[in-house]
Design a protein around this ligand. Structure first.
Ligand code: NI
Length: 188
């Protein structure tokens, strides 16, 4: 397994709509293993394929570090292939989000509290689960990545203006991440 460089905002690949995964392969299985290693190395709880430069509908998640001290069920490491949200709760909650592709920036984002998601696991077995709390939050954030949407897109214009110079620094590769990154900010 290897740690892959993470693509940093505002690379074009983070803004594309990813394509469905159509077939299993050794390449895909290795990619999944590498994505877990990359996510854990960056102390992330979710990582979507576009963040390592692949525009396919796949993400990995392990939110146990967030859920272990809560009432929420620890789901362990999960692979989501071609995920689709089939229903969302009317109730919304505000939770602070961050993103490995936008180092140094976190902000409070409002989203549905719980969602039902249909997906294939890494063995291409169809699954469906209804989740709330942290898992729901991570799943919504990661599915957005597959549609070229970033959490900062939800910020109001006031917050956006406040964050503008910080975001520009990320864009210019001036914000140092504690993990390997792709693009401008790659250091030898
Ligand atoms: Ni993210």
């Amino acid at each position: 397994m290897s740690v892959l460089p993470i693509v940093i905002y505002d690379a074009q690949v983070l803004r594309q709509k990813s394509a469905d995964v159509t077939a299993d392969s050794q390449w895909l299985q290795t990619l999944i293993d590498d994505m877990f290693e990359t996510m854990y190395n960056g102390s992330g709880v979710g990582l979507a394929a576009p963040q390592i430069g692949e525009t396919i509908r796949l993400f990995v998640m392990d939110a146990d570090v967030m859920t272990e001290d809560t009432d929420e069920e620890d789901l362990g490491p999960l692979v989501f292939i071609n995920p689709e949200i089939t229903s969302k709760s009317d109730t919304q909650v505000t939770i602070e989000e961050g993103c490995l592709s936008i180092p140094g920036i976190r902000d409070s984002i409002n989203r549905p509290e719980s969602v039902t998601v249909k997906f294939l696991d890494r063995n291409f077995k169809p699954r469906e689960m209804t989740v709330t709390g942290w898992s729901s939050r991570v799943i919504q954030h990661e599915i957005d990545h597959l549609d070229g949407v970033l959490f900062i897109d939800y910020l109001g214009s006031f917050r956006k203006r406040l964050l503008k110079s910080k975001l520009n620094q990320v864009k210019e590769g001036l914000v140092e991440a504690e993990y390997p990154v792709a693009g401008k900010s790659v250091s030898a």
